[in-house]
Design a protein around this ligand. Structure first.
Ligand SMILES: [Zn+2]
Length: 55
């Protein structure tokens, strides 16, 4: 997965191809994209990252 690519940009085809890699990047999500509602471990993978609150 390219460093400058966000999950928000990914096509369905790319996600299907790289699913295993993507799973390792979202297994402990700390951020949510407030535009696309996608989650990620690192904010760099989202276009409008917002930190998730710890419960
Ligand atoms: Zn986004």
């Amino acid at each position: 997965m390219k460093k400058d690519k966000t999950f928000c940009d990914l096509s369905k085809e790319y996600i299907a191809k790289h699913l295993d890699e993507i799973i390792t990047l979202i297994d402990k999500p700390k951020f949510i994209c407030r535009k696309c509602a996608r989650v990620a471990n690192e904010s760099t993978h989202l276009c409008k990252p917002v930190k998730l609150k710890n419960k």
